[in-house]
Design a binder for this molecule. Structure first.
Ligand code: BTN
Length: 329
């Protein structure tokens, strides 16, 4: 109902809207309309009211409600259906639930805040209210399940290009799919899949982009290593950023489907900040140093060492610059 009310104000484009008209059209009492407008005010919307003319919307906060997103979205597939939460446990968990119930490809789940946002191995990921874009995309690709890991590389390309569009050309991809700006992590991704031997049922691409978190607001464990648009000097519009990321991701997804992953891998190479660098590859209790020289057709990192080229599989290892401390386990 609130979204329908907001639609009137959006169409009026700053002009007055009569409360009586809305109540007639939507077949609810004027008191009900007034209550909804009060809730919108509590959420940061600012209205001006006139006894004769009705209400006028003066300011809409940068929330990621379906209405706000749809007003700037230009995709054909991704984000055409939106599940929105002010607060939830994790958008990946919500996305999995609805994917299992048959949610259509391209559906996105967005939350202003996640209570248990997480990454791989249940590592926590900080996702405070309206200070980032926390969302999950449901894909149902025709690829074989063994190709699924390349979807993560594809997502990294889409997100990185979206970030470039919104004013941070310094963003680059650290293998396989973290996005760093000036050496600090701005984006984390967690992809999850359900499949049989021969067919993917769904892939959930869970993406978290830090937008408005100040340096001192990050939990201490991330303070040295994480960044956000705000920290990099940009007050970004979250809905414009989400729309740009979805458009770039959709373009890359189409490319993968029509021309195969080789084109996606080429794009990934161009955006990589890992290739050409000395890296330390850390397995559970082993580590070695080498030069990251390329990724192969499966998306594995190729590291040149004294013993020859090592093929590193995403998920097995952690990659760090050689001068970073080795984490104690
Ligand atoms: C990582 O860096 O370890 C991955 C973090 C992934 C975070 C995103 S935020 C939206 C989605 N929901 C989650 O719980 N995780 C992903």
């Amino acid at each position: 109902m609130r979204n329908e009310i907001l639609e009137y104000f959006r169409k009026a484009n700053g002009g007055y809207v009569s409360g009586e008209q809305i109540s007639k059209d939507l077949k609810v009492s004027r008191t009900a309309i007034w209550k909804h407008i009060n809730v919108l005010k509590e959420r940061g919307y600012i209205f001006e009211s006139s006894t004769r003319k009705g209400y006028r919307l003066i300011y809409a906060p940068d929330l990621l409600t379906p209405l706000e997103i749809e007003s700037v979205l230009h995709t054909e597939l991704l984000g055409r259906h939106i599940e929105y939460y002010e607060s939830t446990t994790s958008t990946n968990e919500e996305a999995k639930k609805i994917a299992m119930q048959g949610a259509e490809e391209g559906t996105i789940v967005v939350a202003e805040e996640q209570v248990t946002g997480h990454g791989r191995l249940s590592r926590s990921f900080y996702t405070p209210f309206a200070k980032g874009i926390w969302f999950s995309v449901i894909l149902r690709p025709k690829f074989f399940p063994m190709e699924a890991s390349k979807c993560t590389l594809m997502a990294a390309v889409g997100v990185c290009r979206g970030i470039h569009r919104l004013g941070l050309p310094a963003a680059g991809i650290k293998w396989p799919n973290d996005i760093l700006v000036n050496g600090k992590k701005m984006v984390g991704m967690l992809s999850e899949m359900s499949s049989s031997m021969e067919k993917i049922d769904y892939i959930i691409l869970g993406i978290g982009i830090n937008t408005g978190i100040k340096e001192n607001e990050f939990p201490e464990e991330f303070r040295e290593t994480a960044t956000s648009f705000l920290n990099e000097g940009i007050n970004v519009s979250r809905k414009n950023l989400l729309a740009a990321v979805l458009a770039e991701l959709e373009a890359e997804y189409k490319l993968a489907q029509t021309e195969g992953f080789e084109r996606v891998l080429e794009d990934w190479r161009k955006l990589s900040i890992t290739l050409g660098k000395e890296v330390r590859v850390i397995y559970s209790n082993e580590n070695y140093i080498g030069k990251a020289v390329d990724i192969d057709k499966d998306g594995c990192l190729l590291v040149e060492t004294k013993e020859g080229i090592q093929r590193v599989l995403a998920g097995d290892v952690s990659i760090r610059p050689v001068d970073a401390p080795i984490p104690q386990r």
